[in-house]
Design a protein around this ligand. Structure first.
Ligand SMILES: *[C@@H]1O[C@H](CO)[C@@H](O)[C@H](O)[C@H]1NC(C)=O
Ligand SMILES: *[C@@H]1O[C@H](CO)[C@@H](O)[C@H](O)[C@H]1NC(C)=O
Ligand SMILES: [Zn+2]
Length: 986
């Protein structure tokens, strides 16, 4: 390990602790045990004020995660997490009554690796005595609006596993702590409940909601976070903190604050104990009026505080001493060092019945014109890169299991999955994938993902070598979306291996940039596959500029077996004439077996979509618009920025009223190319075997020479009678109903008719009436809404000229690779179906966008003995089951998560319990033992007990280590995720 740079300091700490006469574990308040057992005593007849010393350490924001760790670039922001942990550990030793909570494992992990045995021992004792308590405990404090549940579960698993491996059960956090994220997702609450947390605290909620809750003393509640999972599975006690996550005004004693310290020498001029005590008693009593029990919580800390923890603790010690001294004068206020879990335990003991919350906390506004709905779409390229990286990580995890030990060390070098796992975990932070960081930090997140991806690609190559028997080098082309791939552009003969991470066979259109005009494509049995060569579109040539020189794209439909691969051979056929360019104008319609779409001949815009199987047609006009960003006005100075969406008018401006169109049709794919002005284009695309229509949009560089920031949307105006309702998913899983200008839990005064109706769309948004449902599945997180009945809009890109005063200190104007503004490209997939059957299409469709097949390419002719087709599963899993996680845990154990991907009542066919036999799962691995775990895999399921809050009932989990053959059968109910540790033999 790294030699410890702080050895000298550590000796000093021990010495000081000895001098004070409180060696660890022997002080006057010495505790036995950790967790709830270590909680301080409280006074049942008094108001107990739980002071919670804490620091909020962003895993990247204005500085990169490593700059924050070391305290580099303090010119940007004074912050150094290493010093915080050094200082807090020293101060905790001074007095056993002192408490500290730590949250972000990404930082703690960095720090721990640098400590010597002595410090580690001290810290372990602090943890074992509950004096240093971990809360939340994921790698980061994830964003809730723009993250996908699979990546959130992974990042929580990574952090919590480190804590358990390092300290054992005393480090298991009991409380989820999302004090800073900008709105709260119901799916996050559901996940936290299933991870075993007893409660959840946060700081930010809509200002109108907060006002109402304060007046109604409804700051703490029971969140029932799933419509599908039977209570109390997804019930989570939830508390709103009184001051965000800051101390009450006047009581900040960090080195970064300027509130007066407690000056307690009566001989000195500025003696202020009486003033401070009186002020504190007033603050405490005022706060108690908003909450229901004789316990209140105060967060004593803030961003990157406690770098010199002595300042805080010295003053908190005095505060406690002097406020409690008033008790002898009849004061009924008792102040104590505490933690969120100790506060929670007191609430639980109060045995009250709490109000039940069933919707979510989006959108978040902190003032009338300050809706934090812009970040749903900020940095669209980082958002898709994070998604693609997640897909690669899942493939990498699966192949690490299937390929065995040689996948980490094989013919292609040393590979690993940890680098990408950590980079992905960092990217879930609430200033990472959210797009609310400085540009240099966004670049750092992307760089980490790229480095992690390279490590995974080596692992994947090794595993595929092992499984296929072919050691030839493999190439991964990451710019296929702009038709760049040096290997296929220059080779006459190559092979394409399609790895499918889903648990069912998938058909997928492969598009490769080429320079020939006709190719032979054969599947593993040597059969010729239908393929077509299309000219690379002008829009693609325009955005790829000097990267790549392909003139054509080879397109064919590939199939791959569940959790497995299939290899296709491609060779150039000579002497074919150049491909004909697309014909000018739009055809009247595009049509395959399942769908048809029509275009308006005058405007070139889409005009209808029909489902030919159900004989349904919807009128559908689609176009691109932008909102001019507000620069602030008389009503409010608030401009649009990285966080905030504030259009300066409710009427968006069309990029163009008409589209210039061209089209191309062949038996594999039909495409209509639409050009909207100079900076927006789209391909409307229908593949032969698709039940969905693809809209591939390209937006940028967004022009801002008119000195207006622009927020670019696409809008679909349909004949669906949606009566003010629309639907959006929560973190890619359950769907919530949204009603325009309405909130389910309070009477909304709508002050921003557009921004105040935007919601996060992680994977889908839809509108419906009695007969028809139009669903749009997205390839990344975006903001979306329905501003008029029948209309759906999705924000695709944003380029802004002003900062929005939330700290980032930069205008969101991404330069892109060429410095003239970022161009973003992505896909929306449209389906039309009767509402009762819609989920049967959009669930698997969204899943196949999240877990995309991975293409690897090999130059030249295939080795004659190479295995060209492989499935890691004995058979496809039932359609309702999603293979969420297959990941190597350690030597002979594998983490498996199975998920029921339908909600209750969502599908007549699939919203039913479904059973999977774990022994009949894998084709090459024998499962010899199984233990069920909590969702984050840091606790055995049968040891998992949660506080029951009034109204809740229990359910029996599977027993630990079941080897009885009958228990290999695992039943999943709608929306249930079950987590298993499998002991395997190869
Ligand atoms: C909690 O309150 C209920 C009444 O709502 C009562 O029946 C029960 O005994 C109480 N439990 C405890 C531990 O005080
Ligand atoms: C937690 O870590 C301990 C070792 O510290 C280990 O024995 C135990 O199995 C771990 N628990 C889980 C659920 O992984
Ligand atoms: Zn933060």
């Amino acid at each position: 390990m790294v030699p410890c740079p702080f050895a000298a300091a550590t000796v000093l700490l021990l010495f000081r602790a000895g001098v004070l006469g409180f060696p660890l574990g022997q002080g006057p308040h010495s505790t036995t045990g950790c967790g709830y057992k270590s909680c301080p005593e409280t006074q049942p007849t008094m108001l107990n004020v739980h002071l919670v010393p804490h620091t909020h350490d962003d895993v990247g924001w204005l500085k990169t995660v490593d700059q924050y760790y070391y305290g580099e670039r303090n010119d940007i922001q004074h912050a150094g997490v290493q010093y915080i942990l050094d200082s807090v550990v020293e101060q905790l030793q001074q007095d056993p009554a002192r408490r500290f909570i730590y949250v972000e494992t990404a930082f703690f992990f960095r720090w721990w690796r640098q400590q010597n045995a002595e410090t580690r021992k001290i810290v372990t004792e602090l943890v074992n005595q509950g004096r240093l308590e971990f809360v939340n405990g994921g790698w980061c404090m994830s964003d809730e609006a723009t993250t996908h549940y699979s990546a959130v579960i992974d990042q929580m698993t990574l952090g919590l596993r480190f804590l358990n491996d390092t300290f054992g059960p005393c480090a298991r956090p009991r409380v989820a702590w999302h004090i800073d994220p900008f709105g709260h997702a119901r799916e996050h609450a559901s996940m936290f409940a299933q991870m075993g947390y007893d409660g959840f605290f946060f700081g930010r909620l809509d200002y109108q909601d907060k006002k109402r809750r304060m007046e109604a003393r409804d700051m703490e509640m029971l969140w029932r976070a799933s419509e599908s999972l039977a209570p109390p599975t997804a019930d989570l006690f939830t508390g709103v903190l009184p001051n965000g996550y800051n101390p009450p005004a006047g009581f900040c004693w960090d080195q970064s604050c300027s509130d007066p310290p407690i000056q307690d020498d009566p001989n000195l001029e500025d003696y202020n104990v009486d003033t401070i005590v009186q002020k504190f008693l007033k603050v405490a009593n005022d706060q108690a009026a908003l909450y229901r029990t004789n316990h209140i919580i105060m967060t004593m800390g803030s961003d990157f505080q406690y770098e010199n923890a002595n300042l805080w603790y010295k003053n908190l010690d005095k505060l406690i001493r002097y406020v409690n001294a008033q008790q002898s004068q009849g004061s009924k206020v008792n102040v104590l060092y505490s933690t969120p879990s100790c506060y929670l335990q007191e609430l639980h003991r109060a045995n009250l019945t709490w109000s039940v919350k069933t919707d979510d906390f989006f959108p978040y506004a902190d003032n009338a014109h300050d809706f934090w709905t812009g970040y749903f779409s900020s940095r669209p390229a980082l958002k898709i890169y994070e998604r693609i990286s997640n897909s690669l990580l899942q493939v990498c995890n699966q192949l690490e299991v299937l390929g065995g030990p040689s996948s980490r060390r094989g013919p292609h070098g040393d590979g690993d999955s940890e680098t990408l796992r950590r980079a992905m975990a960092v990217a879930q932070h609430h200033d990472a994938v959210s797009g609310t960081e400085k540009q240099h930090v966004a670049n750092d997140y992307a760089k980490r993902l790229a480095i992690g991806s390279a490590h995974c690609q080596v692992l994947v190559s090794n595993a595929l070598s092992k499984l296929s028997g072919s050691d030839a080098p493999r190439v991964y082309c990451e710019s296929l979306n702009i038709s760049v791939c040096p290997l296929t552009e220059s080779s006459d003969e190559f092979s394409v291996t399609v790895y499918n991470p889903l648990s069912r066979p998938v058909g997928w259109a492969v598009r490769l940039p080429v320079n020939g005009t006709r190719y032979s494509v054969t599947d593993p049995s040597g059969r010729e596959v239908d393929s077509q060569v299309l000219p690379v579109s002008q829009a693609t040539k325009d955005i790829r500029r000097d990267r790549g020189h392909a003139t054509n794209e080879l397109v064919f439909q590939a199939q791959a077996p569940p959790m497995g691969f299939r290899t296709y051979s491609v060779s150039l056929l000579q002497n074919w004439p150049p491909r004909a360019p697309p014909l000018p104008g739009a055809p009247l319609f595009l049509k395959n077996k399942y769908l048809s779409v029509t275009f308006d001949p005058d405007t070139g815009l889409l005009s209808s979509l029909s489902n030919l199987e159900t004989k349904q047609t919807v009128q559908l006009k689609q176009n691109f618009y932008w909102y001019n960003a507000s620069m602030g006005n008389a009503e409010s100075l608030q401009p649009s920025g990285a966080y905030i969406f504030r259009p300066n008018s409710s009427t968006p401006v069309p990029v163009s009223l008409t589209a210039k169109t061209r089209s191309l049709q062949n038996p594999v794919v039909q495409e209509v190319y639409q050009q909207f002005g100079s900076w927006v284009s789209q391909v409307v695309r229908l593949y032969e075997d698709s039940r969905e229509l693809e809209l591939e949009w390209t937006v940028g560089p967004v022009p801002v020479r008119d000195l207006f920031g622009k927020e670019v949307i696409t809008r679909l105006d349909t004949s669906i009678n949606s009566s003010g309702l629309f639907y959006t998913d929560s973190n890619g899983r359950e769907v919530l109903e949204r009603r325009r200008d309405f909130r389910p839990t309070w009477v909304l005064k709508q002050t921003e008719p557009i921004a105040g109706n935007y919601y996060p769309v992680n994977s889908r948004i839809y509108i419906k009436d009695g007969e028809q449902q139009l669903t749009v599945v997205t390839d990344r997180s975006q903001g979306g809404s329905s501003i008029q009945d029948g209309s759906l809009e999705i924000m695709l890109h944003r380029r802004l000229l002003l900062d929005d005063y939330r700290g980032v200190g930069e205008a969101l104007s991404e330069p892109g690779e060429y410095g003239d503004g970022l161009v973003a490209r992505g896909r929306l997939l449209l389906t039309l179906a009767p509402p009762a059957a819609a989920a049967e299409t959009h669930r698997p469709l969204a899943e196949s966008l999240v877990l995309q097949p991975l293409l690897s390419l090999q130059a030249g002719r295939l080795h004659p003995n190479a295995l060209l087709e492989f499935s890691g599963l004995q058979a496809a899993l039932p359609p309702a089951v999603h293979l969420l996680t297959v990941s190597q845990w350690d030597g002979d154990s594998v983490l498996l998560r199975l998920e029921h991907q339908f909600q209750v009542k969502e599908s007549q066919t699939h919203s039913q319990p479904v059973t999977v036999n774990l022994q009949k799962l894998f084709s090459t691995l024998t499962v010899v033992g199984v233990s069920e775990m909590s969702l984050a895999a840091n606790q055995w399921k049968d040891e998992m007990t949660r506080m029951d809050w009034k109204g809740s009932t229990g359910e029996k989990p599977l027993q630990k280590e079941q080897r009885d053959p009958s228990t290999w059968e695992v039943t999943l109910k709608p929306m249930e995720i079950r987590t298993f540790l499998l002991h395997i033999r190869r």
